[in-house]
Design a protein around this ligand. Structure first.
Ligand SMILES: [Zn+2]
Length: 190
């Protein structure tokens, strides 16, 4: 009994120290040696959440480093998200909009699970807000594919509108019979 306790107490101390060290370092270390941005923290939390899933492919079948999963990993690492370079997609990089990421996080907090098929990547309409990092597409909510008669997706659109989305499309809108599109305003100067 005595030997177990003598082993246990130092272990508690070491674990406690590890918690203190990891808490203080997460606040001060970022991708560039400065504090993590809110978009970076949100991307990390979303990648860790089992409710938020991000496609590692494009619906088009094209392969590049701009899938929804790539974009989230890039943002979590503190670097801009890659855009695709096919169709009308302009290539290059863009920072993801923090308010958009916050809306994804709030959806998970409210208990929704969803599958994101595109953020800044893929080819969309020529002046798509995807290319500005303010839009994302979802093809499944709570495991149910987005279709005109299916539940949940209208709730997701309503929640996103309440969180600042100003462009929302889904079944019933042209080109959106199998996914919803939610977008935040064009950043100034873009
Ligand atoms: Zn879209």
């Amino acid at each position: 009994m005595k030997s177990k306790l003598s082993l246990f107490l130092p272990l508690v101390f070491v674990l406690g120290l590890a918690v203190v060290v990891s808490c203080s370092s997460s606040g001060s270390k970022g991708g560039m040696g400065i504090g993590k941005s809110s978009r970076q923290r949100l991307a990390i939390a979303l990648l860790e959440s089992p409710r938020a899933q991000f496609a590692n492919y494009h619906v088009s079948g094209r392969r590049d480093n701009a899938t929804a999963l790539d974009n989230m990993k890039q943002t979590a690492a503190g670097v801009p998200a890659a855009r695709s370079s096919y169709g009308t997609a302009p290539g290059g990089y863009v920072q993801l909009h923090p308010e958009m990421l916050r809306a994804m996080k709030i959806l998970t907090d409210k208990g929704y699970s969803f599958h994101v098929t595109s953020i800044a990547g893929s080819s969309h309409s020529s002046r798509s807000r995807h290319y500005l990092g303010t839009a994302f597409d979802i093809n499944k909510v709570n495991g149910v594919p987005v279709r005109s008669g299916s539940p949940y997706w209208r709730e997701v659109i309503r929640i996103c509108e309440g969180l600042g989305a100003t462009e929302t499309l889904g079944p019933g809108d042209r080109g959106h019979s199998t996914h919803i599109h939610v977008a935040w305003p064009r950043p100034p100067g873009m």
